[in-house]
Design a protein around this ligand. Structure first.
Ligand code: PLP
Length: 406
């Protein structure tokens, strides 16, 4: 964008990202507009990952009791930049209880959700004047590209490992260069619902140690964990700092406590990581330069009162089973999710955009084509909607498939 003298007025990067909506947001906005026209009951919106289960009652109780009990000046005031000391202490204690670790508040930086945690971390790890690369495994959360490129770094994409969407060590081995700073992991995964097993992570850790020694600087795992506790069938998400020392966790309460609009999460720098103190301080500087100041004060204190609360997974589990069984019964090929609340479905005919358009225009079924996840040929369905919505959508999915094929 230039003025009449051809002088740039705004950043090309910002303008491009500001104008180009994500495929998910595009469908979500379409659904809202269409619902106003024809009524919400006729729109089957599986586009966005907005939790459909209310926050645990402890969350609402914490809000009410804090408002009733606390000095409002302190409650709504700035906290220290890394987050309130007592809040960080409470989170450290919860992690130590759960994983047998011995973290303290000095390893935790409270953030405005995982998005801010990731962006802050990528900035902190990007070295001025050098090429910086972050590796991600497809399919990946599309916003990584914006978060990484926002700091002048490059997102390096590893193609999907089929058929199980596991970790392709050979491809990672080939992708690592002297410019690699970290590999981004997201497990439970959006969009596949895959949870990496301990053995897969141990094999990755061994590779990263070997490659770090070869290139002469540490390779970090940046573990994006908004779905850590959203797991089914008795699966437990392995805790990566116990497997690989150079780990930075970007955690979020958005999904687990059904509060994505409240913007709260944290960054954990494993104290066993190389240069852990420098990383933590760089994260502080990065958050400062991005203008975060501190995470919302009231919500921080809500979290401190609820750290040991666990979400009610039953509704999501029932949705998962109903959707998986309903779709596979009529001929869709789905990845059976182990966690999170997304179903990754093979696009009938292979052209995900064409199928998504057909589903939207003929049946008001909003399903996200997978191109922007770096894995063409699939559809992502967020099953965090009501069970009734899923049940009433299944005959439409059946008709959609038959009419697409005919
Ligand atoms: N990472 C992944 C994989 C996500 O799915 C999301 C949100 O959907 C985020 C990060 C961002 O989450 P937050 O709301 O905590 O910023």
């Amino acid at each position: 964008m230039t003025n009449k003298n051809s002088h740039p007025i705004v950043s090309d990067f910002s303008l491009a990202y500001g104008r180009q909506r994500s495929a998910i947001r595009e469908l979500f906005e379409y659904g809202k507009t269409k619902a106003r026209e024809i009524g919400n009951e006729y729109i089957f919106d599986f586009s966005i990952g907005n939790p459909s289960v209310p926050p645990p009652h402890q969350v609402d109780e914490a809000f009410s009791s804090l408002l009733a009990e606390c000095d409002p000046i302190a409650l709504h005031g700035y906290t220290s930049a890394p987050g309130d000391f007592e809040v960080r202490k409470a989170i450290a204690a919860q992690l130590n209880l759960e994983y047998g670790t011995s973290f303290d508040e000095s390893s935790l930086y409270i953030s405005c959700g995982a998005a801010a945690a990731l962006s802050t971390t990528f900035r902190a790890l990007s070295i001025s004047g050098e090429a910086n690369e972050f590796i991600t495994l497809a399919p990946y959360f599309p916003e990584y590209k914006c978060f990484v490129e926002g700091h002048g770094a490059k997102l390096v994409i590893i193609p999907p490992k089929l058929p199980d969407f596991g970790i392709s060590l050979e491809a990672i081995d080939r992708a690592i260069t002297a410019a690699t700073r970290a590999i981004i992991l997201n497990s439970p995964n959006n969009p596949t619902g895959r949870v990496y097993k301990k053995e897969e992570l141990e094999a990755l850790a061994a590779l990263l140690r070997k490659k770090s020694a070869a290139i002469g600087h540490p390779l970090f795992i940046v573990s994006d964990e908004p779905y850590r506790e959203l797991v089914y069938d008795g699966i437990v998400t392995p805790f990566i700092p116990l497997i690989y020392e150079n780990t930075i966790i970007c955690y979020s309460y958005s999904k687990v406590f059904s509060m994505p609009g409240e913007r709260i999460g944290y960054i954990l720098v494993n104290p066993r990581a190389e240069a852990a103190r420098d990383i933590y301080d760089a994260i502080a500087g990065s958050a400062r330069s991005l203008g975060y100041v501190c995470a919302p004060s009231l919500i921080q204190r809500v979290i401190a009162r609820c750290v040991n609360t666990r979400p009610n997974l039953e509704p999501y589990d029932l949705n998962r089973k109903t959707m998986y069984e309903g779709l596979t019964a009529v001929g869709y090929e789905c990845v059976r999710p182990e966690g999170a609340f997304y179903m990754f479905v093979k696009a009938p005919g292979g052209d995900a955009q064409a199928f998504s358009d057909h589903a939207r225009l003929r049946y008001n079924l909003l399903v996200v084509p997978s191109e922007s996840f770096g894995c063409p040929g699939y559809l992502r369905l967020s099953y965090c909607v009501s069970l009734e919505r899923i049940k009433s959508s299944l005959p439409l999915f059946d008709m959609c498939l038959k009419s697409f094929n005919s």
